[in-house]
Design a protein around this ligand. Structure first.
Ligand code: NAD
Length: 255
């Protein structure tokens, strides 16, 4: 789908994979790219650095009113035909804590809320708007969600994150089927280990050992490699309902 005459919304757009994708969407000719991110993020400064076709919309992806305001900002310029949903975060929970108490259900719920319910929220609100668009190259819109290889091989401690990302993988084919008659495609990218601020929180040693576990290429992924796949999915009208691993063939060990 050609992006000329369309706007795009990128959640988690202030950082990492979302920011790299926003840059590519602008290069591809989107009329405006709305960066959705938390009010406390660098979204405002990041949008300014990308030029006058980038706009920051402070929003929590779980909040319908805030996300709708972001879509309003995009539609004020051009119909929203692309959503790339990158907002997300981890959170470690064990089933049994070191002191023998059961794992933290509040943190479990929070991680599910951000990664899974947040994905449903941004997807449903985008789809309702895209359904009213005129088709371009056969599509009224394309939605790309972000899972993780943890959806398939979650490591010990990743139970909330792995559950949420597996939910994102699960919703992908259902969403594509549901939205097929509306001519909206839905795909998911499941990244392996990417060099973003999310991984910067880990020590250099841990980042190095993560990189070494990637069979080929034996390094962390670059955010632009995610962005290129997102743009390729938007471009290729036959890709639909699929989760694509983007991981250099990594298969995560139990810990
Ligand atoms: N970096 C990796 O190795 C990796 C691997 C697998 C999956 N992922 C997934 O890719 C996505 C992007 O990750 P990243 O590496 O770019 O991380 P990142 O931390 O650089 O960016 C994530 C962005 O999401 C925003 N965000 C978090 N919670 C939000 C909320 N409730 N509402 C709105 N915005 C929110 C953050 O402020 C941040 O700017 C995430 O969903 C992450 O789970 C990343």
């Amino acid at each position: 789908m050609n992006l000329t005459g369309s706007s795009a919304v990128v959640t988690g757009g202030a950082s990492g994979l979302g920011l790299a994708t926003a840059k590519r969407l602008l290069e591809a000719g989107a009329e405006v790219v709305v960066l959705v991110d938390l009010p406390a993020s660098d979204g405002k400064a990041v949008a300014e650095s990308l030029g006058d076709k980038a706009v920051f919309a402070p929003a929590d992806v779980r909040n319908a009113d805030e996300v709708n305001s972001a879509y309003d900002a995009a539609e004020a310029v051009a119909p929203v035909r692309a959503l790339v949903h990158c907002a997300g975060r981890g959170g470690a929970v064990r089933l049994v804590n070191k002191d023998g108490s059961p794992g933290d259900i509040d943190l479990y719920s929070e991680v599910i809320g951000i990664n899974l319910i947040g994905s449903f929220n941004v997807l449903r609100l985008a789809a309702a708007r895209m359904a009213k668009n005129e088709p371009v190259d056969g599509d009224r819109g394309v939605c790309i969600l972000t899972a993780s290889v943890a959806a398939f091989e979650g490591q010990i401690g990743q139970i909330p994150y792995a559950s949420a990302k597996a939910g994102v993988v699960g919703m992908t084919i259902v969403a594509a089927r549901d939205l097929a008659r509306k001519q909206i495609r839905v795909c998911t990218i499941a990244p392996g280990t990417f060099d973003t601020p999310l991984l910067n929180r880990l020590s250099e040693d841990v980042r190095g050992s993560l990189a070494a576990t990637v069979p080929h290429p034996s390094r962390l992924g670059q955010p632009d490699e995610y962005a290129k796949l997102a743009l390729s999915i938007i471009d290729n009208g036959m890709i639909n309902g699929e989760t694509i691993r983007l991981d250099g063939a990594i298969r995560m060990a139990p810990r």
